[in-house]
Write a protein that binds this ligand. Structure first.
Ligand code: SAH
Ligand code: SF4
Ligand code: F3S
Length: 450
């Protein structure tokens, strides 16, 4: 094989979608005969799978690329690939900025990596950013974990949140068929995976474009139906899903999570802001009252469920009072974790053009204030585990303490306890919790359940 002994290195930025894409692209490269390498400065093929959700994510890529471009001058056989969301956003422009690049490919083209590389090895510089119908995933991903796997169920996003680049870079919604998803899950179960996270930027839109949401007389197949359909896949013990959008979140979904034992009691539902006028300017399509009702309903059905979210501070025009409404929502709900960010103007998004941008000082001050509150809230949520026995799925060694292993509760709390990974990896165990911090808990092994 002509690529034997050639090494590749993939660096992944951004969200779980990118991580899942990277695993598929790694699978393609290995099928082509490449071997994985940890070192991005000695490998023969370098792939950056990029993110552009905020400006700092995008800038990071350019600094890495600069170094690789220099290397290419010494080693013309080096193959340089930029994939993912910056590739999609910048396209040809990236080649002008970094002429040393061999391949620029948007996220919709991830499954076409072999075909695109063949063109590169034939001597072409390739840009693949045109919108396409995503080819069904026939590659075997090289997964980073062998316990927990991601499975894409819907690509793209049809929303138009005024701050967000995702619809520009990920394209329109495209759902995979329930059969393809189930087949992938069955294969994972056979390989020994125990946990699956179903992925979509707006997972509630699953199947909408396949079954049509308005046609009369046609059953609307939804995420809830999918959960029922895949629930009995052998060997899979836990099923998760992300990301949910408050506008489309249904009671039926909550009920399915309660009724279906494998579906974990964890909900990731970004609220972005606690102020109705800001939510409107963001074009989110719900009010903070509606968000609160969703969480209340979740807690009626599953009082112990964990709730996590994303939030943005310093959106254009956000007043101190409007920011305080976000603090208030955070205080009232009691989140287990929130991914927080200062608003970052993004190319080709409406809000970036508005004149009422806030200063960096105001944004970073609000971010710090929100983060302080998130820590307090997370810590009090962690406290509830103290003295309890929790079911933990063991994933890996604790990177900071080789005498401990790491896993997660069903509610997704990071959990550590003393033990040997060789004996415990992939096991479902009961752990008695005796210590808690904001984002993790520690305990002692009580028993191995399987
Ligand atoms: N589809 C998900 C989020 C995808 S992007 C949803 O609808 O919630 C992940 C997170 O990045 C968002 O939830 C948001 O909090 C943050 N984000 C997106 N655009 C941003 C921007 N321009 N500035 C700062 N944060 C942003
Ligand atoms: Fe972006 Fe909004 Fe789509 Fe989420 S729902 S990916 S925030 S446009
Ligand atoms: Fe980033 Fe693209 Fe995900 S912009 S957050 S990698 S969809």
């Amino acid at each position: 094989m002509k690529n034997a002994s050639k090494k590749y290195n993939i660096t992944t930025f951004g969200c779980q979608m990118n991580k899942a894409d990277s695993e598929r692209m790694a699978g393609v490269l290995e099928k082509m005969g490449f071997e994985a390498s940890e070192d991005p400065f000695s490998a023969d093929l370098i792939l950056y799978n990029t993110c552009t959700i905020r400006d700092n994510a995008e800038q990071k890529v350019y600094s890495y690329l600069g170094r690789q471009a220099k290397r290419k001058h010494q080693d013309p056989n080096l193959t340089l690939v930029v994939a993912g969301c910056v590739a999609q956003q910048e396209g040809e422009k990236l080649l002008r900025r970094v002429p040393e690049l061999d391949l620029v490919m948007g996220p919709q083209h991830a499954n076409r990596l072999e075909d695109l590389l063949t063109q590169v090895f034939d001597g072409n510089q390739v840009v693949a950013t045109e919108p396409i119908h995503i080819v069904e995933d026939i590659t075997k991903p090289r997964r980073d974990s062998n316990i927990s796997a991601w499975v894409n169920i819907i690509y793209g996003c049809n929303e138009r949140c005024s701050y967000c680049v995702v619809p520009n870079v990920r394209g329109v919604e495209q759902s995979r068929t329930p059969e393809a998803i189930r087949a992938e899950m069955e294969a994972l179960g056979k390989q020994g995976f125990k946990e699956i996270t179903l992925l979509g930027q707006k997972i509630d839109a699953y199947c909408r474009e396949l079954t049509g949401s308005t046609q009369e007389g046609r059953h609307k197949y939804t995420l809830t139906d999918l959960l029922h359909y895949v629930h009995d896949v052998p060997n899979i013990e836990r099923i998760r899903f992300a990301t949910s959008h408050p506008r489309y979140f249904t009671e039926r979904l909550i009920k399915a999570c309660k009724d279906l034992p494998k579906v974990c009691e964890h909900f990731h539902i970004p609220f972005q802001s606690g102020d109705n006028d800001i939510l409107k300017a963001m074009k989110r399509g719900y009010t903070h009252q509606k968000y609160r009702r969703i969480i209340d309903t979740i807690r009626e059905y599953m009082p112990d469920a964990s709730v996590t979210a994303d939030a943005i501070v310093g959106f254009p025009g956000e007043t101190e009072e409007q920011f305080e409404n976000t603090l208030k929502l955070v205080e009232d709900i009691g989140f287990d974790l929130i991914n927080t960010a200062a608003y970052s103007p993004r190319p080709a998004t409406p809000a970036a053009l508005w004149e009422n941008q806030l200063s960096e000082e105001v944004k970073s001050d609000r971010l710090q204030r929100l983060n302080r509150l998130v820590h307090i809230s997370a810590k009090s949520r962690s406290a509830r585990y103290l003295g309890r026995e929790e079911e933990v799925l063991v994933e890996a060694q604790n990177t900071k303490d080789p005498n401990q292993v790491m896993g997660r509760t069903r509610t997704n709390r990071l959990t550590f306890f003393p033990g040997k990974i060789e004996q415990l990896k992939g096991k479902n165990v009961r752990v008695k919790i005796n210590e808690f911090r904001s984002f993790s808990i520690t305990g002692e092994l009580v028993e191995v359940l399987d």
